[in-house]
Design a protein. Structure first.
Length: 131
């Protein structure tokens, strides 16, 4: 009987001492963007999401380039420095996902840039690798 009483006391103490923690994030947001529609990945737009009422429920915010729309895009470094990097620096929740199909050689003009894209979750010209 003493064992059961001791066990019950321990269980009650353990249960009562638990603190309510932060809610576990449960959803991912995917923002698909196009080279002609970049406003949704600007710092202000991402910050609005991070400041929104449901932000505690957000696990990740993925920035995804629209497929097949980057072959004529030559501002690889500018997009990194002025759009993507500032967006990712807002929160560890903001990440890259998907493939940029830049024209051949565009990403390799500044090797640090192509490495940065890959390190943050994107692929570059995946279509040339898969063939």
């Amino acid at each position: 009987m003493k064992k059961y009483l001791l066990l019950a006391t321990i269980c009650i103490a353990a249960f009562c001492s638990c603190e309510k923690g932060e809610p576990v994030p449960t959803k991912d947001i995917e923002i698909v963007f196009h080279q002609d529609r970049l406003e949704q990945i600007r710092e202000g737009a991402i910050q609005e999401i991070l400041n929104s009422k449901g932000a505690n429920n957000i696990r990740n915010i993925y920035l995804i380039p629209e497929e097949g729309t980057w072959a004529n895009f030559s501002l690889v470094q500018d997009m990194r420095l002025f759009l993507l990097q500032p967006a990712l620096e807002l929160s560890p929740k903001v990440r890259g996902k998907g493939d940029f199909n830049f024209y051949r050689g565009a990403a390799s003009k500044v090797p640090e840039d192509s490495l940065w894209y890959v390190q943050h979750g994107w692929t570059i010209n995946k279509r040339f690798i898969e063939n």
